[in-house]
Ligand binder design. Structure first.
Ligand SMILES: *Cc1c(COP(=O)(O)O)cnc(C)c1O
Length: 482
C-alpha cells in the first residue's frame, strides 16, 4: 500500500475511522475487562482536553517547556507521597508500566555494575506471576531471570525467593498486586530478605498503585506494599490505569536520587550537542504528562476515594455473584478489583467463548486456566447482565454437545501428533494451524477454546513461541491479510 497520491477530505477520513471502530470492543458499554480504565465522562473530558492542549509539546527538553517540567515534577511528587515516600524519593514519568519496569531493571543493572563490579551475569529473582515486562527487560538488557513458585493463595513464596539468591543476584521483585490473580505479594518479607542480602527490591504497583491506598482508606484490608516498607527501593505505578490519565503515562519512583542517577542516559560526544535523556524514549509526549497532572488535580483525593468506592462495590457484587454460580470459582482471595475466574469441573475457555458470543471481552489465562477481570467504575451498570450471561454460559458449557466433543477429539489428536511428529514437521503444521485458527484473518479467533486447549497441551513451548510469532507477523502484514 502507498500513501494516497492526493489527500482526502477530513469528513470522509473521520467517517472511515468511525466505521473502522465498529468492529472494536465496545468498552464504552462496559464490555471490556482489560485494556481500558473508565472513570466517568467528566474525568475523560479533563484528560482529553489537557492532552489536546499539550498535543504538540515535547517533554524531552525540560528547559524548553518549563510547564511540562512542573507537571512532571508535581505528578511524581504526588505519586511518591501517595505511595509512602518521603522527600528523598525521586522519579520520572514514563510512557507506561513496561517502560517503568524496563527502567527499574536497567537502573538495578547499572547500580550493580557500580557497586558490585565482580558480577558478570546479573540475576533477578521474581515470582512466576510477575508481569512479562520483566522478561522483556531481561531479554533487552541480558539479565538472567530466576522465577519462583507461588503459595496456595497465589502469593510469591519468600522462602523460595531467598533460597534462589546467589552471588549474582541484584534485585528481588514483588507485585502489588500481580496481574493474573490480583493478589498482593508479601512485600515486607521480600523487602526484608533483600535488605539482609544487600539487594535492591522493586515493587510492581503498575495496576495497584493508584487504587490500593484509597481502598485501604475505605476500610478494606490492604497488605503493606509501598515505600513505608523498609527495603523497598523502587516502585512502578501506572497513571493510565487507576489514575485515569490518558494512555502513555506511568511513574517510576526510587528510594533516593542516587539510585535514580543510574537511570539517566547522557551522550556527551554527539555533534548535535550534549544529549541528556531521563527515560527510555527520546521524544516524550507532552499530552500524556499534562493529562495525568490535570486528572490528578481534577479528582483530588476525594475523587479517587469515590471512584475506588464505586469500583470496590462493583467488585464485591461480581465476586459474590461468581461464587454463587455452580462450578465457577474465583482464584485465591483478590485484594482489589482484579480477579481470575476458573471452572472447577468444566472448560473455562469454552465458557469464555460463550461470553465472547455475548459481546464480553475477557482475557484468557493459563496455569491454571482462567478468565481475567479488571473492574472499574464503568462496570457498575453492567454487573447484573454480566452475571446473568456468565451463569448462562456456565450452564451451556456444562451440557454435552457435538461441537465440544469435536474440540476434545481434535485436542487429543493434536496432542498425539505433537508427541510423535519430528520437530520440523510439527512447526510446519503449527504454521498452517495458526492460519486455520484465525480463519486467515487478522486478529484472534472468535472461538478460542480449541486454540487455548491446544496451546496449553503442547509439550514444547518453543513451538508455541513460533506459532505466536506467526500470528503477530500476520497481524500487521497487509498483503497476506488480503
Ligand atoms: C499493566 C501492567 C504492567 C505493564 O504496564 P503497561 O502500561 O501495559 O506497559 C506491568 N505490571 C502490571 C502488574 C500491570 O498490570
Amino acid at each position: 500500500m502507498n500513501i494516497p497520491s492526493h489527500g482526502r477530505m477530513k469528513e470522509e477520513i473521520l467517517a472511515d475511522m468511525r466505521d473502522a471502530r465498529a468492529g472494536d470492543i465496545q468498552w464504552q458499554q462496559g464490555k471490556a475487562f482489560s485494556l481500558v480504565f473508565q472513570a466517568n465522562q467528566d474525568v475523560e473530558e479533563v484528560a482529553q482536553q489537557a492532552y489536546l492542549m499539550y498535543f504538540s509539546e515535547n517533554g524531552l527538553n525540560p528547559s524548553a517547556f518549563p510547564s511540562l517540567r512542573k507537571f512532571e515534577t508535581e505528578v511524581v511528587s504526588m505519586s511518591a507521597h501517595l505511595l509512602g515516600g518521603d522527600q528523598n524519593v525521586a522519579g520520572n514519568m514514563t510512557t507506561g508500566g513496561t517502560e517503568s519496569i524496563l527502567l527499574a531493571v536497567k537502573t538495578a543493572r547499572n547500580w550493580a555494575r557500580a557497586t558490585r563490579p565482580e558480577i558478570q551475569q546479573p540475576e533477578i529473582i521474581l515470582p512466576i506471576s510477575a508481569h512479562p515486562a520483566f522478561d522483556k527487560a531481561a531479554e533487552y538488557f541480558d539479565i538472567r531471570l530466576v522465577k519462583t513458585r507461588l503459595d496456595d493463595g497465589f502469593r510469591a513464596d519468600p522462602s523460595a525467593m531467598q533460597a534462589s539468591i546467589t552471588p549474582n543476584t541484584i534485585l528481588l521483585v514483588g507485585s502489588a498486586p500481580s496481574y493474573p490473580q490480583g493478589i498482593v505479594d508479601p512485600i515486607p518479607t521480600i523487602a526484608q530478605i533483600a535488605q539482609a542480602h544487600g539487594l535492591l527490591m522493586h515493587v510492581d504497583a503498575c495496576v495497584g498503585g493508584f487504587i490500593l491506598p484509597f481502598i485501604r482508606r475505605l476500610g478494606y484490608p490492604v497488605p503493606e506494599f509501598d515505600f513505608s516498607v523498609p527495603g523497598v527501593t523502587s516502585i512502578s505505578a501506572d497513571l493510565h490505569k487507576y489514575a485515569y490519565s490518558a494512555k502513555g503515562a506511568s511513574v517510576i519512583l526510587y528510594r533516593n536520587r542516587d539510585l535514580r542517577r543510574k537511570q539517566y542516559f547522557i551522550a556527551t560526544d554527539w555533534p548535535g550537542g550534549i544529549y541528556a535523556s531521563p527515560t527510555m524514549t527520546g521524544t516524550r509526549p507532552g499530552g500524556a504528562i499534562a493529562s495525568a497532572w490535570a486528572v490528578m488535580n481534577f479528582l483530588g483525593e476525594q475523587g479517587y476515594l469515590e471512584l475506588a468506592r464505586q469500583t470496590m462495590e462493583t467488585r464485591d457484587r461480581i465476586l459474590a455473584g461468581i461464587r454463587s454460580i455452580p462450578g465457577l470459582d474465583v482464584l485465591g482471595d483478590p485484594d482489589l478489583s482484579i480477579m481470575a475466574i476458573a471452572s472447577r469441573r468444566g472448560d473455562i475457555y469454552a465458557i469464555g467463548d460463550e461470553m465472547s458470543a455475548r459481546g464480553w471481552h475477557l482475557d484468557r489465562q493459563q496455569f491454571p486456566p482462567s478468565l481475567h477481570l479488571t473492574l472499574h467504575p464503568g462496570h457498575a451498570r453492567v454487573v447484573d447482565q454480566f452475571l446473568k450471561d456468565l451463569r448462562q454460559s456456565a450452564q451451556i458449557e456444562a451440557r454435552p454437545s457435538i461441537s465440544k466433543l469435536r474440540t476434545r477429539l481434535g485436542l487429543r489428536l493434536a496432542q498425539f501428533a505433537a508427541n510423535r511428529l519430528p520437530a520440523g514437521v510439527l512447526s510446519r503444521l503449527m504454521k498452517s494451524a495458526s492460519r486455520f485458527l484465525t480463519n486467515g484473518e487478522a486478529g484472534l479467533p472468535q472461538r478460542s477454546a480449541a486454540m487455548y486447549g491446544l496451546m496449553g497441551s503442547l509439550p514444547n513451548r518453543g513451538d508455541l513461541r513460533e506459532l505466536v510469532l506467526d500470528l503477530l507477523d500476520q497481524m500487521t502484514h497487509l498483503e497476506e491479510n488480503r
